[in-house]
Design a protein. Structure first.
Length: 288
């Protein structure tokens, strides 16, 4: 069994450890990620692992985007991600196998998620072969099943106390052979309700709730409801944002319309209520 799965502490840098323990298939570093994290996709023989780290301490590399957080902040977010993974089990949640303490902070060792990342750069959103377009044009039954998994996962996460933050299509991995969903990169999720302490929170404005732009506003499970509703509406309308193109029955569409109301008071009170309304509409329409 790979040392990446069995060891708990090492004295070497994460990159050296990863290269010693397997074949690096891809590296995602500061030049390609504005978070400042450094990650690897590595083949360890029986399977593939994804190893995520906070990168090395110190300033960003020349030419790299400005990281969201300094190294210490990224370390805390990785520990937050480990706490989230330990708090619940769900088939759509990226599986965390191990946390290794290194001189650069924790290395989170995940099962490599199958499939393709849905998010693509803005300039590539019109490409018909992109995962972004292909998700939006899955057969209706498969697309609704992807939303089922996304909503059910967040029902479980909300029951464990988590509120979504920075949930967007860059968190969605879809295996188009099976239409299976894996949700990744939930490092910035928050435990319980919190106050917007940034003004504009992290995230993609296409899916963010109004309170995520308002300094001092309360962000709670109704914020998660909004983002889930926006993701399902955006892709469920085949990217048109028009009700007449929604991939499911009107009863299901109405659940999403309520979820996407600008005022939190007009949405479902919590994720559990939203998930229940979604499931009821699916069953009532014969789509469950």
């Amino acid at each position: 069994m790979s040392e990446l799965l069995t060891t708990s502490i090492v004295s070497e840098w994460p990159g050296d450890l990863v290269r010693r323990c397997g074949t690096v298939l891809a590296e995602y570093g500061a030049l390609t990620q504005d978070s400042g994290n450094v990650s690897w996709l590595v083949d360890v023989g029986p399977g593939r692992l994804f190893v995520k780290t906070a990168g090395v301490p110190g300033p960003a590399s020349p030419g790299s985007p400005v990281p969201y957080f300094d190294h210490g902040g990224r370390v805390e977010l990785l520990r937050n991600a480990a706490d989230l993974a330990a708090s619940c089990t769900h088939p759509a949640l990226a599986r965390l196998f191990n946390v290794i303490e290194t001189p650069a902070g924790p290395a989170l060792v995940y099962a490599a998620a199958p499939g393709e990342l849905v998010h693509v750069p803005r300039a590539e959103r019109d490409e018909p072969t992109s995962a972004y377009r292909r998700l939006a044009h899955l057969p209706a039954g498969q697309l609704l099943a992807v939303f089922d998994a996304l909503i059910d996962l967040h029902d479980v996460l909300a029951a464990a106390g988590w509120v979504a933050c920075d949930l967007y299509d860059g968190c969605l991995m879809v295996d188009f052979a099976t239409a299976a969903l894996t949700v990744i990169d939930l490092d910035t999720y928050r435990r319980g309700p919190s106050v917007n302490d940034m003004g504009r929170m992290f995230g993609d404005s296409r899916f963010m709730a109004p309170e995520e732009f308002e300094l001092g506003a309360v962000m709670d499970q109704r914020t998660t409801v909004f983002t889930l509703g926006r993701l399902a509406w955006h892709f469920g309308t085949r990217l048109s944002e028009q009700a007449e193109t929604f991939c499911g029955p009107s009863a299901v569409a109405h659940v999403l319309i309520r979820a996407c109301q600008p005022s939190p008071a007009d949405r479902n009170a919590n994720v559990g209520a939203f998930a229940s309304a979604w499931r009821a509409a699916r069953l009532c329409a014969g789509e469950g």
